[in-house]
Design a binder for this molecule. Structure first.
Ligand code: GYE
Length: 305
């Protein structure tokens, strides 16, 4: 008595499925690419997709998942905006007998477990992404050393892990100093505003590390407004690797970008179908990410999302 059932709900094999996809927001090209990839794959398979957009609100996203449960979807793909507030949604789906697959962001591992409360997490290794940025700097910063870090959405797994991976690797490299680290909420305008304020407070900063392309583009606007030349006075680095950012690498405004692959559709639905067949699913399914800098950006531009 009082012991939780340590098992993900089963998924029966059927000809077609009604599938929920609870998106977190749609304010950037990465999100749009992810949504398009999910919609295209559902269409290809002839599955009905119940799509919701939480518009940047964790509370709305919980309500969206509850609405999907009420509609009786077979499975829920969830891109949890933040690590803790979406736990009740994961637990409600489990209780209703609906398997959840986490896409692109994860939930707090001390509060919900893969293979128990949800099936698996499909996405990038964010610690590794942050580490790759730091390792590039350790080799190529050319004496630049004072870093402004623009963090993603507070409490989201990519913001937590991109900070962890970067901060640890940059400390280990030695010779660098993170002079300020503040959230820009993964958004362009917020990134611009925060970069503007931090550049005023730390005029000697010569590196900006942004947790995503949107904030990097905002930081470039802030630098230019302050009369500084991105790529020359200040190195800008980011994560995501959308077309605009890869073009900025070609133009010399962004020094390097770690890709975060947004094309989830094929892998998401394949995983769901393997589960329905009764196959064992790994607790984490890691996406492969490319890396762009001046050495390959022009050649890779056409492949960027
Ligand atoms: O980097 C960002 C998006 O969760 C990995 O969220 C995703 C991040 C991505 O809004 O641009």
């Amino acid at each position: 008595a009082g012991v939780a059932i340590a098992e993900v709900p089963k998924l029966t094999q059927k000809d077609t499925y009604k599938v929920g996809f609870a998106q977190t927001e749609s304010n950037n090209p990465w999100r749009i690419a992810q949504t398009n990839s999910m919609k295209a794959e559902a269409e290809k398979l002839g599955f009905q997709l119940v799509y919701t957009d939480a518009a940047g609100s964790a509370a709305k996203q919980v309500a969206d998942v509850n609405a999907m449960i009420a509609q009786g979807v077979d499975v829920i793909f969830l891109a949890p905006r933040e690590e803790k507030p979406l736990i009740p949604a994961v637990m409600a789906a489990k209780k209703a007998g609906i398997p959840v697959i986490l896409l692109d962001r994860s939930v707090d591992p001390s509060l919900a477990k893969a293979g128990e409360d949800y099936l698996t997490f499909i996405g990038s290794n964010f610690v590794e992404e942050g580490k790759r940025v730091a390792e590039w700097l350790a080799k190529n910063a050319n004496g630049k050393s004072k870093i402004i870090e623009l963090e993603g959405t507070t409490g989201s797994s990519p913001a937590n892990d991109r900070k962890k991976g970067f901060d640890e690797a940059i400390q280990a490299a030695g010779g660098f100093e993170i002079v300020a680290s503040q959230t820009g909420d993964f958004a362009r305008d917020k990134g611009r505003q925060v970069a503007e304020a931090l550049l005023q407070a730390h005029p000697d900063a010569d590196i900006i590390y942004a947790h995503n392309d949107e904030m990097a583009m905002g930081a470039i606007a802030a630098l230019e407004a302050a009369g500084k030349v991105p790529g020359k006075d200040v190195l800008v680095l980011s994560i995501d690797g959308g077309k605009e950012a890869v073009q900025a690498v070609v133009d010399g405004k962004i020094a390097a970008v770690v890709e975060c692959n947004p094309r989830f559709g094929p892998k998401a639905f394949e995983t769901m179908l393997r589960y329905a067949k009764g196959e064992a699913i790994d607790p984490i399914l890691v996406n492969e990410d490319k890396f762009y800098d001046a050495s390959n950006a022009a050649a890779e531009l056409a492949n960027a999302y």
